[in-house]
Design a protein around this ligand. Structure first.
Ligand code: NAD
Length: 488
């Protein structure tokens, strides 16, 4: 049966080509589903425009909007196992990880419900006696949200929750490879009582469905997570339409091990930072800088821990790394490793696809560590988005900073050191949106997230996250009994 999609609050067959969701671990079919056509996008946008303008939504009190998000959070938690299993089937991440992503989606819904309920408006400082000024926030209208395949349910809720909390309607286009979690989320929003039309889920090709969405004149904000090149092209479209856009893009994040680091803690953190999610994470710590004084000791521990990682079936307990999302993506990772070899890199472990036994039908690639290159090599500058770590030895902090910041990206960084003041100083000089000190890849919904440089524009999460989906209005209220004078 070809599954329907969620267009303007109705479950029906989309008019785009049928798409097949496959389990990356063995290629088996999860589901066949319809995708949206340009006509479906038009209908969904029109329904969204009516829905956000409807008095029942425009005039809904913040706690009424929040109530829907709280309900959805409860529903997600009640179905955590089912949603995690679905997402594991869709993108191949181990269950332990997808459980975390589902829990984070519930937390995000709850956080933005609370943010919406507690959002204060301002009586701005008064500059004159004969009028007062207020600043209020209002919805933007119809929001297009576009997401990648690596952490669907979490990144989707990061857009849907603040957009709805802000009083908007949202049209979500999930990644071509991973539409299932978003469709399930739509069912939960429906069950929680979200009025029809405020949410649509429009699976399909980026160049067709995504393009139709962002170009539509009624779409007044683009919220995008994905690759830097796609983000740049959407920024051009947004500029032409003069609409706000938030872009969460790629990364090539440096992790720094200083000579006074706790080696055990650092080695485990580095392994987790690059190899969890099989390296398919925007914030993966993919460039490692290790101080010469601890280089040999650290590398020995790093290699031991890496070789102990279990690559395998994502539904099996104890698996650290599942398959890559697709055969095409595996090929692109393998091509980067071949390039590293051509550029003179030495592959210390991994470096060849895995196809033994039960791994034969999936796109499995082992954790791979490369040394012998400098920061100018292409594998140190380009995002591989796979389980490939490039290690560079450094001796001097000034030189380290220069290299760590020598990147078009600026998403995140990690520092491992027992000297907190030194780590703090370094953190302030790294050009990126997030720095982890003595930890890595930890997230809090209350901490704004986003990139410097070509890693993005704008921030998601944090209390201001809801304001990114609202526009500000100043209201002047006259207090004088005399008419306006001719000058001010
Ligand atoms: P992608 O840019 O290829 O696709 C992302 C989404 O954009 C998909 O839904 C795709 O269908 C859509 N799209 C593609 N072309 C489009 C177009 N012309 N118009 C409208 N939509 C279009 O990225 P991907 O391969 O799915 O994801 C991997 C990338 O995402 C990596 O670069 C990764 O770093 C980045 N990412 C960033 C963050 C972050 O928060 N900074 C988080 C996760 C992933």
């Amino acid at each position: 049966m070809v599954r329907p999609i969620f267009i303007g609050g109705e479950w029906r067959q989309g008019r785009g080509p049928i798409s097949v969701s496959r389990f990356p671990a063995d290629g088996s079919v999860n589901a066949e589903l319809s995708t949206a056509s340009r006509e479906d996008v038009e209908e969904a946008v029109q329904a969204a425009e009516r829905a956000w303008r409807a008095p029942s939504w425009r005039q809904a009190l913040p706690h009424q909007r929040a109530a829907i998000l709280y309900k959805v959070a409860d529903l997600i938690e009640a179905r955590l196992e089912q949603l995690a299993a679905l997402q594991t089937r869709d993108n191949g991440k181990p269950l332990a990880e997808t459980r975390g992503l589902v829990a984070s989606a519930a937390g995000t819904a709850r956080y933005f419900a609370a943010a919406c309920e507690t959002l204060d408006e301002q009586l701005t400082s008064q500059r004159a006696a004969d009028f007062m000024t207020l600043s209020v926030h209002e919805p933007i209208g119809v929001v297009a949200a576009i997401t990648p395949w690596n952490s669907p349910i979490a990144s989707e809720m990061q857009k849907i929750a603040p957009a709805l909390a802000g009083g908007n309607a949202v049209l979500l286009k999930p990644a071509d490879a991973t539409p299932l979690a978003a469709l399930e989320l739509a069912r939960l929003f429906e069950e929680a009582g979200l009025p029809k039309g405020l949410l649509s889920i429009l699976p399909g090709r980026g160049s067709v469905v995504g393009d139709a969405l962002v170009r539509h004149p009624l779409v007044r904000k683009i919220s995008f997570t994905g690759g830097t090149n796609t983000g740049r092209s959407l920024a051009h479209i947004a500029a032409d339409k003069l609409i706000p856009t938030s872009l969460e893009l790629g990364g090539k994040s440096p992790t720094i091990v200083l000579e006074d680091a706790d080696i055990e803690l650092a080695a485990k953190g580095v392994v987790y930072g690059i190899f969890s999610s099989a390296g398919q994470a925007c914030i993966a710590g993919s460039r490692l800088f290790v101080h010469g004084a601890v280089y040999e000791r650290f590398m020995e521990r790093l290699l031991t821990l890496t070789r102990e990682l279990r690559v395998g079936h994502p539904e099996q307990d104890g698996t650290h790394m599942g398959p890559l999302i697709s055969e095409a993506h595996l090929q692109s990772v393998a091509d980067y490793v071949a390039l590293a070899r051509e550029e003179g890199g030495e592959v210390l472990c991994g470096g060849e696809r895995l196809s033994e036994g039960t791994l034969a039908n999936g796109s499995f690639y082992p954790p791979t560590i490369i040394t012998g290159l400098n920061n100018g090599a292409r594998v140190c500058q380009e995002e591989i988005f796979g389980p490939v770590l490039v290690v560079i030895r450094f001796e001097d902090e000034a030189d380290l900073l220069g290299q760590a910041n020598d990147s078009i990206f600026g998403l995140a960084a990690g520092i491992w050191s027992e000297d907190f003041r030194r780590a703090w100083r370094l953190a302030r000089r790294l050009e990126c949106g997030t720095v982890w000190i003595n930890t890595y890849k930890k997230f809090s919904v209350s901490a704004p997230f986003g990139g410097y440089k070509e890693s993005g524009l704008g921030r998601e999460k944090g209390r201001e996250g809801v304001l990114a989906y609202m526009q500000q209005k100043s209201i002047y209220v006259g207090l004088s009994d005399t008419p306006n004078p001719w000058c001010c």
